[in-house]
Design a protein around this ligand. Sequence first.
Ligand SMILES: Cc1cc2nc3c(=O)[nH]c(=O)nc-3n(C[C@H](O)[C@H](O)[C@H](O)COP(=O)(O)O)c2cc1C
Length: 235
Amino acid sequence: MKEFSQFIRSRRSIRDFKPDPIQRELLEAVLEDAKWSPSWSNTHPYFLAIAEGEKLTAIKNELLELFDIAYPAVVGSKWKKFKLFFTRPGWPDGDYRTYFKYPARLQKFRIATGKALYDFLKIERGDAKAKELQWRKNYEFFNAPCVVFVFVHGKMREYSILDAGIYLQSFMLAAEAHGLGTCAQGTLATWAGPIRKHFEIPEDYKLIVGVSVGYKSDAAINTFNAGRRDLDLSF
Ligand SMILES: Cc1cc2nc3c(=O)[nH]c(=O)nc-3n(C[C@H](O)[C@H](O)[C@H](O)COP(=O)(O)O)c2cc1C
């Protein structure tokens, strides 16, 4: 019991990977463990598109191109957003919106987590360029040699997303147990086009999240601990 408590607390989001590829048997062992996640009617209503090697490099380059076009509009004026909407390349084609206004009750936690990360990285509040480069690293997959893009069945109401969330935690813990690091990245669902182009995704499946996977580097960022606020609950 104590070991489990320590183990679940020890996983961190990894934001700097060694480039070393993951052996196929090791990745399969992680996937086999995570397969034991429960799901509604045992359907496992998700599809995993696993990108490595040349396929991953191609997806990375395409996503970076889109990010570089879109970023000035994301942080810029309404006019820039308007222009992006009408000129299209760069406009998010994902199945779910990844940039949206947080509800007031939760926004303060988002700000606190972002600030803690930037403080850790010594990025000053007004340093827009450093913030852009840090965000851009998401689309470089933090140098990971493998990314698992998770699609959910769009006709299972909200439950496929719930099941995928359960799977995600199992996958990240299984990877940790097998000596690998992970970073779940909602921002990797902003554009689905480059991923669909490189995989045959079955009909009705929607991209919800990407997970970078690989060996953890010794970079300080990997020791960043976002901590946990108390749960919202009532007895
Ligand atoms: C669904 C989901 C989406 C996330 N998206 C991102 C992301 O786009 N970029 C990123 O750097 N971290 C992302 N994270 C990582 C969270 O910021 C991180 O889990 C949280 O701050 C807690 O830190 P920890 O994972 O180190 O415990 C995501 C996590 C989850 C579960």
